[in-house]
Design a protein around this ligand. Structure first.
Ligand code: ADP
Ligand code: MG
Length: 696
């Protein structure tokens, strides 16, 4: 493929397409909204709609859709064709400005957490001009925000855009204090690294757990796992390579900056990293990446699993949210420069992030909570449920010197010595990597590593943006009123670092000692989703979000309800799927195998009393005991699911899922996996871990 620059963005109505097709004045109006965040003048809607439609039809589109991100975490679209009767029995291809800026999908099938009364089932979608329209499946997709009839947001995009506005405003105040008059806008940037599994489609089709729940609910470990570490960055298999190539190409057409594709630590696990971009665009793009991964895998006879923990005992999948702040003049505000100890603006911003993370640990924890991610966080493969920050040796020493009023001695920059003269020397990244940290400073950005692979990246970024904005607001107010800016600034940095350094931890986050140490420091350890979710409606958090108009109190309660409900529904579906598989496949397979073994034993005995039937008898004995336990556990699980479902309080239902259903599911699985190791392969009703993980 040598025409990449040509195909890149070819399916996007981007700056280039707009410039070519709109009147200069219209183009400038739009650009002011896109780049400077100015309110859109809707007079231009008809012209933009017309140009968009002509462009889309030239590219083969026949339909258009308002593309939005409801609270399900995936994207939604409702397709309408461009055809309109012309009044003379024929049709014309039409698309009006009104259709561009506003849609009215029926909101009743999307979660609203009680925000939408039945008599107002209508919802509205509103054009988001800051994210370019694009063509997917011959459909012009118009990125939109989604809200209820009463104006409450029902999506993941609206609050994200609000949070970007808030941090822009507060960060600019700080820049002005430092004499920066050039920058007119501060944006947050994100590069989300996406992990996923690829398995053979035929194997996938044979397992109900994968089909219904995107993860295996049963399965004894394969003899070979990831212990040999031979998969990470290993050679990519031809079938996977073909998939990755097509994925890259399709993403490039959509203007997604897909950059790196490689194998991950677990067998059958891979990663895609895009080049970072503005947060709202990165969020849209990450949704497109996940959607295309699934679609293109299918075309290649593969299935892409985005679940956080598809296989027990094998590393799960996460998403790393690399987050930074930058000006519209291109300056990365989290770049410490060569002498961070003298870079007061950087130190102030760094202290702000430290304070925000410490103060709102609970909210960050909430944004990475789900039944799927509960299986991964704290499992010695992903950060624990305790939020802490890693800054690296250099910054940690600088911070210590500020807190203790000691002088900081800069060591000579650490040049990498590889030993061979012909190799170029380069500077070692002084932040060095601590892979166990939930939130690591990596040179010029923060990498938030707790997200689950299937998540929308919207929520974590809403929280990062809003909480940092609040601290910047407080800093700016104090500094704007200071008589001596420099002295006040110095005092503020010292005070903030002193009060919040408990959140900084450079050691091993996987160790048991850290759990004890974190408790001593007073850090939160919200172990599961059910423990974490209620913090979203705590007073301090409601105050934060309502103060900056990110969420109303009503919206927060509705999101809390939706997340609880989502959790319970996931666990209940998994339990029901397990029951079905155990009762209809596993127990019958055990019975059949035991029956055949018994007849063989009888036949053998009838031949001669001297022939031993020890093996058959032992197997039948073991299996009989196991199937009885399986059966009993099924009964208990069945009752537990019915109990949970009949609860009329969503919190109680979620607690029942966590405390009763999940432990029973674990017991059921343990018996079934034991049986799998005894039953002959030809009797076992579905592909094993070995088949699933090593078949491509
Ligand atoms: P790694 O060594 O972990 O691969 P990279 O520097 O390649 O680190 O970055 C990983 C991800 O972080 C990429 O998606 C990259 O685009 C993103 N990233 C880099 N710089 C920034 C930034 N300033 N803001 C947001 N994301 C960034
Ligand atoms: Mg990373």
């Amino acid at each position: 493929m040598n025409n990449i620059p040509e195909i890149f963005g070819s399916l996007v109505f981007d700056d280039k397409a707009m410039k070519a097709r709109l009147k200069e004045e219209t183009y400038n109006t739009l650009i002011r909204t896109i780049h400077d965040g100015k309110t859109l003048d809707t007079d231009i809607k008809n012209e933009v709609a017309q140009a968009m439609k002509d462009w889309a039809i030239e590219k083969g589109a026949t339909h258009y859709t308002h593309w939005f991100q409801p609270l399900t975490g995936v994207t939604a679209e409702k397709h309408d064709s461009f055809i309109t009767p012309d009044g003379n029995g024929s049709i014309i291809m039409d698309f009006s400005g009104k259709e561009l800026i506003k849609g009215e999908p029926d909101a009743s099938s999307f979660p609203s957490g009680g925000l939408r009364a039945t008599f107002e089932a209508r919802g509205y979608t509103a054009w988001d001009p800051t994210s370019y329209a694009f063509i997917k499946d011959d459909t012009l997709c118009i990125p939109t925000a989604f809200c209820s009839y009463g104006g409450e947001s029902l999506d993941k995009k609206t609050p994200l855009l609000r949070s970007m506005e808030v941090i822009n405003k507060q960060a600019l105040r700080i820049l002005r204090l430092f004499g920066n008059t050039d920058a007119t806008r501060v944006i947050t940037t994100v590069g989300p690294e996406q992990e996923y599994f690829l398995i053979d489609k035929q194997m996938y089709e044979k397992r109900e757990d994968l089909k219904f729940c995107d993860r295996t609910l049963f399965g004894a470990p394969a003899p070979k796992g990831q212990e040999k570490d031979d998969h990470y960055f290993g050679t990519i298999k031809p079938r996977v390579m073909a998939f990755m190539k097509e994925l890259d190409k399709e993403l490039w057409k959509l203007g997604v900056l897909a950059k790196t594709e490689h194998n991950e630590a677990a067998p059958a696990q891979h990663e895609l990293a895009p080049i970072f971009t503005q947060t709202n665009i990165a969020t849209d793009h990450n949704q497109l990446i996940m959607e295309l991964m699934k679609k293109i895998a299918d075309k290649h006879g593969l299935k892409c699993l985005l679940h956080e923990k598809p296989f027990a005992g094998v590393n799960g999948s996460g998403k790393h949210n690399n987050w930074s702040l930058s000006t519209n003049t291109g300056e990365n505000l989290l770049n410490p420069g060569n002498t961070p100890e003298k870079n007061a603006q950087f130190l102030l911003l760094l202290s702000a992030v430290i304070k925000a993370v410490d103060k709102y640990q609970d909210l960050l924890r909430v944004t990475v909570s789900s039944a799927g991610n509960d299986l991964r966080l704290g499992g010695n493969e992903a950060p624990p449920a305790i939020i802490s920050m890693f800054l690296g040796d250099e910054l940690s020493e600088i911070i210590d010197s500020i807190i203790n009023d000691t002088s900081y001695d800069r060591k000579d920059a650490d040049k990498m010595k590889i030993g061979a003269k012909v190799l170029p020397t380069f500077f070692k990244d002084t932040t060095d990597r601590n892979r166990t940290s939930p939130l690591a400073f990596t040179g010029n950005k923060f990498e938030f590593r707790m997200l689950g692979s299937s998540f929308s990246i919207s929520d974590p970024n809403i929280v990062l943006n809003t909480t940092v904005a609040e601290v910047l607001d407080e800093f700016a107010t104090r500094l704007e009123n200071a008589e001596d800016f420099k002295a006040e600034r110095k005092a503020l940095i010292k005070e903030t670092l002193t009060n919040h350094s408990r959140i900084i931890f450079d050691g091993n986050n996987y160790s048991d000692e850290w759990v004890i140490e974190a408790e001593k420091r007073g850090l939160l350890n919200l172990k599961t989703t059910v423990d974490a979710l209620p913090t979203i409606i705590e007073k301090k958090n409601i105050e934060l979000f309502t103060k900056y108009k990110i969420f109303t109190e009503k919206e927060l309660y509705s999101r809390y309800e939706i997340m609880l409900d989502e959790y319970s529904k996931t666990v209940e579906l998994e339990a029901l799927t397990m029951l079905e598989m155990a009762k209809k496949d596993i127990i019958p397979a055990i019975i059949r195998y035991s029956g055949d073994l018994s007849s063989i034993a009888l036949d053998k005995k009838s031949l001669s009393k001297k022939i031993s039937t020890l093996v058959e008898e032992k197997c039948v004995e073991n299996l009989s005991a196991i199937s009885e336990m399986l059966y009993n556990t099924c009964e208990k699980l069945d009752t537990a699911v019915k109990n949970a479902k009949s609860s009329d309080c969503s919190r109680t239902e979620a607690e029942l899922c966590k405390d009763i259903i999940i432990p029973l599911m674990n017991i059921l699985r343990q018996y079934a996996d034991e049986a799998e190791l005894i039953v002959s392969k030809e009797y076992w009703p579905f592909p094993t871990y070995g088949d699933l993980l090593f078949s491509i």
